[in-house]
Design a protein around this ligand. Structure first.
Ligand code: DX5
Ligand code: ZN
Length: 218
């Protein structure tokens, strides 16, 4: 069963609670939270204080995507704020194994993220240590960008790596996912789809989620 993770980056922040409840009632599986620091990516969004505010209003797992430099400094804060998954960029972690252990030590599920240009080989030695691999299908920083199709072979490559080791690591895709590109991702082996603008830019969020699901199954 494919999971849908709406990204609140495209939600209306003036009524964030309602925006989250709407996608929860609409059949979302995770809430994807994009954390940006203005250094690793050219945009600034939210920190642990927002995760803490969201935690009591939904039962869904909080999938926290850290697009920040020096993530080790903030992992404890995000875990204590209620993050279920904490994903860090390979490109921002010189001591990736240590960072993954740190996430686990605070009781959160570790995930690793690869930018479009970063090869899958960078995670082959830590694949056994993570719960999730997130492949970026846009350059991180903004919602509403177009899906980069040249990443699709990497999805298959991660799927083969995971299967060859008999692991149950989740494979998540983030960036430009809509009802058309969702099927391409799932056919290549993805099982979690982040969607920001494709859900939050629609008036009826439940219908948007359903449409993505229907297209995957068709
Ligand atoms: C981009 C973020 C994404 C973003 C996706 O840097 O990591 O999660 O919200 O937005 P869409 O689905 O609109 O491409
Ligand atoms: Zn994201």
């Amino acid at each position: 069963m494919v999971k849908i993770a709406p990204s609140i980056l495209s939600a209306n922040f003036a009524k964030l609670g309602e925006e989250i409840k709407e996608v929860e009632q609409g059949g979302a599986d995770y809430i994807h939270i994009d954390v940006m620091d203005g250094h690793f990516v050219p945009n600034i969004t939210m920190g642990p204080i927002v995760v803490e505010a969201i935690r009591p209003i939904t039962k869904l797992p909080l999938d926290v995507h850290l697009m920040i430099e020096n993530p080790d400094l903030y992992i404890e804060d995000f875990a204590k704020a209620g993050a279920d998954y904490i994903t860090v960029h390979v490109e921002a972690c010189p001591h990736l194994h240590r960072t993954i252990q740190l996430i686990r030590s605070f009781g959160a599920k570790p995930g690793v993220v690869l930018n479009p240009a970063t090869p899958v080989e960078t995670i082959q030695h830590i694949i056994e240590d993570v719960d999730l691999v997130l492949l970026m299908t846009v350059n991180p920083g903004f919602g509403g960008q177009s899906f980069i199709h040249s990443v699709v072979p990497k999805i298959r490559q991660v799927k083969d790596l995971v299967d060859s080791k008999g692991l149950s690591v989740e494979i998540e895709i983030d960036g430009g996912v809509n009802k058309e590109t969702a099927k391409i991702c799932v056919d290549a082996g993805a099982n979690v789809l982040v969607a920001g603008s494709a859900i939050y830019n629609q008036k009826d969020r439940k219908a948007a989620i359903q449409q993505i699901r229907e297209n995957i199954e068709s």
